[in-house]
Write a protein that binds this ligand. Structure first.
Ligand SMILES: [Zn+2]
Length: 138
């Protein structure tokens, strides 16, 4: 389906309400042209004089370079929202897709019948297959 910013913003609000209990602040959502990632969460890290790290300037970018179904677009957006939730709540995960991320992903998949994943393989016909040797991380 054709992707618009308005569509993604309205989906962000919908999932924020449904899944995250309206706990996430609105952040900019952008359309991107990445050929290697379906979506990504961007932010800036600042270190003050005392070495304390703060993170700000969050945005989510969803790539328009893939021909995704509505379900795949939604799952990509929720995937990025889980990353944002973890940073926003200052949870310390074991890696970028660590045990907290995986637990939240599994819970959301189960509770809301989603198919959120960590990586996909893109076949030469442009089809996305969950997991595989050639990964598209996002
Ligand atoms: Zn991710």
């Amino acid at each position: 389906m054709e992707l618009t910013k308005e569509y993604l913003v309205s989906k962000y609000s919908e999932f924020n309400h449904l899944i995250f209990d309206d706990s996430l602040p609105m952040i900019p959502i952008k359309l991107g042209r990445s050929k290697s990632a379906l979506g990504y969460l961007k932010f800036r890290k600042h270190k003050n004089l005392f070495g304390k790290v703060t993170i700000s300037g969050f945005s989510i970018t969803i790539s328009t370079k893939f021909d995704l179904s509505e379900q795949e677009i939604e799952d990509t957006l929720i995937h990025e929202m889980i990353h944002f939730y973890i940073y926003h709540n200052k949870l310390e995960d074991s890696s970028s897709h660590g045990h907290i991320f995986k637990k939240m992903m599994a819970d959301i998949n189960e509770k809301y019948g989603r198919k959120i994943n960590i990586s996909y393989r893109l076949t030469n016909t442009g089809e996305l297959i969950p997991k595989g040797r050639k990964y598209l991380f996002f």
